[in-house]
Ligand binder design. Structure first.
Ligand code: PMP
Length: 359
């Protein structure tokens, strides 16, 4: 039986990448060792890291005046690192609040400065994203932070905010690499790896060079972007195996036509699922149509008493990890880059069958 894993993260990886990891596991390219056993400063691993960075730059079109950092600590550490590095003597920053991950970023930023919430969608249970005409930007803000894809709520913002000379910061954990973006519009982009990039343990930060080097007093060395930039992400030991695997994912993406091709496939998959949700009142999507995420699709059954039976039947068919986040309940299908369209078709077919037998 083919298993389709709809986990929100750590999430499904491309099967071809896993097979390559397996083939290279014991003896990477004749080196006599696995990547896990290599010195991060040896020529083999330095080559792996440099190639991963070059491929990521090519895929995303990262301009030369941006640094790409391979860090640890997850996106959650960036909730602190962003204010520590970007406040640069200013008193506060602007934050958009579109859900659970925005709230965590806001909470952490308040430890370092004043937070101006430019707009919030809490009034409608975070089921949409306020458009920019509703935002109250502070012209003196050190930066503007937002979450283009709320992984739990399934709310995605498909336009890029205009913030003038105030740097734009995005937590792209669950949308990075799913479609092309214009990196030059951003001051900082960050993402944990465990959704669209590779195994957990790696955190990617893309930062405009002129924004680094002005940390708040007392910033730990490891939380200073400049330390990592000056040391090519080798100030300390990076997450070597995760970075190697991410590098293989970048090559897989390139071979499939890059991010524009991924966007096409991702739209096809998401449309299949949203069309199925809209076709019946047995299922429903809580998210406003213009903000329906391409990556995380939460949905509910008309009768929550059927949730357990739905999940059990799904599992029997190899459709796993569909339970919604503990904070919202219902279901959530995460359909990242590595989820094949066949997996979404299998889910849609099952949903139809389940409705027939329980509707
Ligand atoms: N931001 C978003 C949008 C996320 O989806 C997640 C993880 N689900 C995080 C931040 C936290 O990431 P990490 O676990 O890597 O710290």
């Amino acid at each position: 039986m083919t298993i389709y894993n709809f986990s929100a993260g750590p999430a499904v990886l491309p099967r071809d990448v896993l097979l390559q990891v397996q083939a290279e596991m014991i003896n990477w390219h004749g080196s006599g060792m696995s990547v896990m056993e290599m010195s991060h400063r040896g020529k083999e691993f330095m080559g792996i890291a440099a190639e991963a960075e070059a491929d990521l730059r090519e895929l995303m079109g990262v301009p030369v005046h941006y640094k790409v950092l391979f860090l640890q600590g997850g996106a959650s550490s960036q909730f602190a690192m962003v204010p520590m590095n970007l406040l640069r003597g200013k008193t506060g920053a602007d934050y958009l609040n579109t859900g659970e991950w925005s709230k965590k970023a806001i909470k952490e930023a308040k430890r370092y400065g004043a937070v101006n919430v430019v707009a919030t969608s809490e009034d409608k249970h975070f089921s949409y994203a306020p458009t920019q005409d509703q935002w109250k930007l502070d012209p003196d803000a050190a930066y503007v932070h937002y979450t283009p894809n709320e992984t739990i709520g399934g709310v995605e913002i498909f336009w890029t905010p205009e913030t003038g000379s105030v740097p734009l910061v995005a937590d792209m954990s669950s949308t990075i690499l799913s479609r092309p973006i214009d990196v030059s519009k951003f001051g900082v982009i960050y993402a944990g790896a465990q959704k669209n990039i590779g195994p957990a343990g790696l955190t990617i930060v893309i930062v405009r060079e002129d924004l680094i080097g002005q940390t708040v007093p007392g910033t730990p060395t490891m939380f200073d972007y400049k330390i990592h930039a000056d040391n090519e992400s080798m100030y300390n030991t990076p997450a070597t195996f995760s970075l190697y695997t991410a590098g293989l994912v970048f090559k897989w993406l390139k071979a499939r036509g890059g991010l524009a091709a991924m966007e096409n496939t991702n739209r096809e998959k998401a449309n299949l699922l949203y069309d199925a949700l809209d076709a019946t009142d047995f299922y429903s999507s809580p998210v406003a149509k213009e903000n329906r995420s391409l990556m995380n699709v939460p949905f509910t059954l008309k009768d929550a008493a059927l949730d357990e039976a739905f999940l059990k039947g799904a599992k029997e068919l190899g459709l796993i990890q569909l339970k919604g986040h503990r904070s919202v309940g219902g279901m959530r299908a995460s359909i990242y880059n590595a989820m094949p369209v066949e997996g979404v078709r299998a889910l849609v077919d099952y949903m139809g069958e389940f409705e027939k037998s329980h509707g």
